[in-house]
Ligand binder design. Sequence first.
Ligand SMILES: CC(C)(COP(=O)(O)OP(=O)(O)OC[C@H]1O[C@@H](n2cnc3c(N)ncnc32)[C@H](O)[C@@H]1OP(=O)(O)O)[C@@H](O)C(=O)NCCC(=O)NCCS
Length: 336
Amino acid sequence: MVAEWKTRQQVPQYVFDAIRALPRDSHPMVMLSVALLSLQKDSKFAAFYNSGKFNKMTAWEYVYEDASDLVARIAVIAAFIYNLKYRGDKQTDIDPKLDMGANFAHMIGQSEQYKDVARMYFILHSDHESGNVSAHTTHLVHSALSDPYYAYSAGLNGLAGPLHGLANQEVLDWTLKFQEKYCKGVEPTKELVTKALWDTLNAGQVVPGYGHAVLRKTDPRYMSQREFCLKTPGLKDDPLFKLVAMIFETAPGVLTEHGKAKNPWPNVDAQSGVIQWYYGLREWDFYTVLFGVGRALGCMANITWDRGLGYAIERPKSVTTPMLEKWAAEGGRKLA
Ligand SMILES: CC(C)(COP(=O)(O)OP(=O)(O)OC[C@H]1O[C@@H](n2cnc3c(N)ncnc32)[C@H](O)[C@@H]1OP(=O)(O)O)[C@@H](O)C(=O)NCCC(=O)NCCS
C-alpha cells in the first residue's frame, strides 16, 4: 500500500496555484479544503460516472482510485500550506524514500524525532467510529454520488468547527491564555486551574478538549498521547505538558459538579496540541489541518466501503412547518 501511494503522491501544479490565489491570512483549513476541491477535475470516479458506462457494481473501484490518490497527496498539500503560511514559502521536495509521516516531517523542515510524532498523529486521528461530523459529512455528501474530492472537502469544513476538530486549536488557545492571565510570575496550581475552568463555564463557554458525543470515559487517543509525553525525555517535564496534566486532574471534577456534560473526561484534542507545540509547531491554527490529514485515512476507507456495499442516498427525517411551529411554541431546546 505504501509503495502504491508513492506512485500517486505528485500534486498537480494547479492545486498549489489555487492555494496561492487565496489571501495569505485565510485559515489553513480553508486552504486544505479548497486544494482538495480543486483536485475534483481529475476525479476518476466522476470520469467513470460521466463515461456513460457507469455501473453500480464496479463503482467502488473508482472511489478506491480517488481515495488512494487523495490520501497519498493530502500530507504533501498540508506541508505546502504550512511552508507557505509559516515558513516564508520555503518549499521542500518530496523524499520518495520516506513514509507519509516521515515525509511530512521532512517537507516542513522538522526533526528526526518529529517523524514519529507525525506518524502517531496521523494514525490516531484517522476515523474511529464514522458518526462524527467529518466522517458523517463525507459519507452523506458521497451518498449523492459526489466524488471523494467533493465529499472530503465537505467533511473538512465540518472538521473545522470548534466543537469538532478545531477544538485542538482551542485547547492551546485556552491553555496559553490561562498561563498569561493567571500565572504571571506564579506556578500554576489546581486552585487556579479550577477557577479558570469555572470562569469559562460561567461565561457560557465549553471547556475545549473535554466531553464527547459517544465516549463516556477518557478518550484512549488522549491516553496514547499522554503516554508518549510521559516516555519522552524533555516533554514529560515541559511546563505546558505539566499544566495539561493538571487540567486532566482537575477538569473532570469541575465538569461533573457543573452537571451538564455527559462525559467529563478529556478527548483526543486535549493533549495533541501540547506535543506539536513542544516540537516547534507553534502555529496552532494549523493543528486542525494535521487532524484532517489523519482523518482522510478513515473517511476514504469508509466511502470505499459505502460504494462496495451499495449504500443508498442518505436522507434525514423531514419535518413539517406545523412541527416547527409546535417546537418553537414550546421554547425550542432548553439551553440553560
Ligand atoms: C464534544 C461535544 C461537542 C459533545 O457534545 P454533546 O454530545 O452535545 O455532549 P453532551 O450531551 O455531554 O452535552 C450536554 C451539555 O453539556 C455541555 N457540555 C459538553 N461538554 C462540555 C464541555 N467540555 N464544557 C462545557 N459544557 C459541556 C454541552 O454543551 C451541552 O450543553 P447544552 O445542553 O447547554 O447545549 C461537547 O462535549 C463539547 O462541546 N466539548 C468541547 C469541545 C471539544 O472538545 N470538542 C472536540 C470533541 S472530540
